[in-house]
Design a protein around this ligand. Structure first.
Ligand SMILES: NC(=O)c1ccc[n+]([C@@H]2O[C@H](COP(=O)([O-])OP(=O)(O)OC[C@H]3O[C@@H](n4cnc5c(N)ncnc54)[C@H](O)[C@@H]3O)[C@@H](O)[C@H]2O)c1
Length: 341
């Protein structure tokens, strides 16, 4: 086992006590109550407020960091954050100016995952606090969920499950369609968009995409203006960021341009598509169905939308796989260990 980073120069109670000439080994490590210091001799106290993989937490502790992983409720956070040098969140905890102002010792904020819309990034950075995230760790998981919604919609999985549990056998009503041979339109050909494109190509779909910042791709994906993607896509999957100032990227005008009977999948952010316009398009029959993982109001999504019979919904679980969580935990730990070296 290679030596672990960090030295202990102060005695700790009930845990690992060594002088700074000894190497620490993982097998020797026991969680300690007391003063742990990193290579620079600074005590680093880290709050993990929305959970993290056991392995990631272990990595931080082995590096000599003092980890507190019991959730502090949002309303108590301003009064407690002053104790910590770093906070790790996912999407639940909001790190707004009240928390940042109260975090007088804060040096780093880490978002385990991609979207940092729950953090006032510019404000934190204006105060010299480093904001980091783990953008690539969950891309494959989110892409697989988008694909799962496409399959669920195409084969009536939601309705078939619900009606069978009601004792019905509605075999004739669930004549589905294959993905193979259909056209998938991707808006936002970034990390997740690329993962989805690879999966869709493997299933025999044609893939077209619009991304204002992507001019070439190694994949067999046709890059087109948005106005050309919309009318051609049998399935339109959204994988761009939500720009609050710009508003919905897909509103009534864009939906109107979509192919009649197409499916729309949103595993990006709630605001990317107008939920009202989407509901209207489902009710009018313009769209055949929608797969939605993210909502304008979380955790209280638009009731009429989630109860719509041609909608497949999930509660923002795009990144919720064991594999993604492990990758996120390892990346968060590595970022913090490097930052406080
Ligand atoms: N459902 C979940 O749990 C979950 C998990 C992770 C990420 N996400 C979301 O997925 C989305 C994509 O994440 P990513 O990691 O692929 O990001 P990314 O930055 O790698 O890719 C986003 C792409 O969108 C493009 N883009 C920007 N504006 C656009 C526009 N108006 N139209 C089309 N394309 C545009 C960018 O050029 C970029 O290539 C983000 O909104 C992110 O918050 C959701």
């Amino acid at each position: 086992m290679p030596p672990l980073p960090g030295k202990i120069i102060s005695p700790v109670v009930g845990g690992f006590i060594q002088d700074d000439t000894q190497e620490r080994k993982a097998a020797d490590y026991k969680p300690a109550i007391g003063l742990l210091v990193n290579n620079w001799g600074i005590t680093v106290k880290i709050l993990i407020n929305d959970g993290m993989s056991a392995e990631g937490i272990q990595m931080l502790r082995q590096a000599g960091h003092d980890v507190f992983d019991t959730k502090i409720p949002q309303e108590e956070l301003p009064s407690r954050i002053g104790e910590f040098d770093a906070i790790v969140v996912r999407s639940a905890t909001k790190v707004r100016s009240d928390v940042i102002d109260a975090g007088t010792g804060l040096k780093a904020i880490v978002r385990g995952g991609v979207g940092v819309d729950n953090i006032d990034v510019a404000y934190a950075e204006s105060k010299g606090i480093k904001v980091m995230n783990t953008p690539a760790a969950s891309s494959a998981s989110v892409a697989e969920l988008a694909l799962a919604h496409m399959l669920a919609l195409s084969r009536f999985l939601v309705q078939a499950n619900l009606t069978m549990r009601d004792g019905k056998w509605e075999k004739k009503q669930y004549k589905g369609r294959e993905l193979a041979g259909k056209t998938l339109g991707i808006l936002g050909l970034g990390r997740i968009g690329n993962e989805l494109a690879k999966m869709a190509l493997a299933l025999g779909m044609k893939v077209i995409a619009y991304d204002p910042y992507v001019t070439s791709t190694d994949l067999d994906v046709e890059l087109l203006p948005m106005d050309e993607v919309l009318p051609r896509a049998d399935y339109l999957s959204l994988h761009m960021p939500y720009d609050k100032a710009a508003g919905h990227a897909v509103g009534p005008v864009e939906i109107e341009k979509m192919k009649d009977g197409a499916f729309l999948i949103n595993c990006a952010r709630g605001g990317v598509v107008s939920e009202k316009s989407l509901l209207a398009a489902l009710n009018s029959g313009k769209l055949a169905g929608a797969g939605i993982d993210v909502f304008m109001e979380e955790p209280n999504p638009y009731p009429e939308l989630i109860h719509h019979p041609r909608v497949s919904v999930t509660p923002h679980i795009g990144a919720s796989t064991s594999e993604a969580q492990e990758r996120i935990g390892n990346e968060v730990a590595t970022l913090l260990i490097e930052h406080f070296k």
